[in-house]
Design a protein around this ligand. Structure first.
Ligand SMILES: [Zn+2]
Length: 131
């Protein structure tokens, strides 16, 4: 999501216990906008959006090209360090999930291989000439 630099003044009316009404004006209040997490696709809500190209900008931010692997949504924009740090945290968490799945899969495959080998030994299907 591109940076927003829109500012607005906020006026708030407050009724005092005496019954008088006063107005409180806040000048140059940054507009309150929900910042979309960069790892979430705005089109399909998939939470696996990934950067496929990035360049550091002169103001310390980053220009990223993001892509959704689910629907193919693409966006290139400049993002601040907080958005980048949040995206990095999500990507790191995604890598950890994939590694945990890989370990579980490798363990399940190894257990299946051992079970098959034990069954083959019990049925005398493993002979010395197999080695
Ligand atoms: Zn998508």
């Amino acid at each position: 999501m591109p940076k927003h630099s829109t500012h607005s003044n906020a006026v708030r009316r407050i009724v005092l216990p005496s019954g008088r009404t006063i107005e409180v004006v806040r000048f140059n209040q940054p507009q309150q906008t929900a910042v979309r997490p960069l790892h979430v696709c705005p089109d399909c809500d998939c939470d696996m959006v990934q950067p496929h190209d990035w360049t550091e900008s002169e103001d310390g931010g980053w220009e990223l090209s993001l892509e959704c692997p689910n629907c193919g949504w693409l966006e290139t924009g400049e993002y601040d360090e907080h958005q980048i740090a949040s995206l990095e945290d999500e990507l790191d968490a995604g890598v950890e999930l994939m590694l945990a799945d890989l370990r579980r899969l490798a363990h399940a495959n190894m257990a299946s291989d051992v079970d098959s080998f034990i069954a083959a030994l019990q049925c005398d299907l493993v002979l010395p000439e197999d080695f």
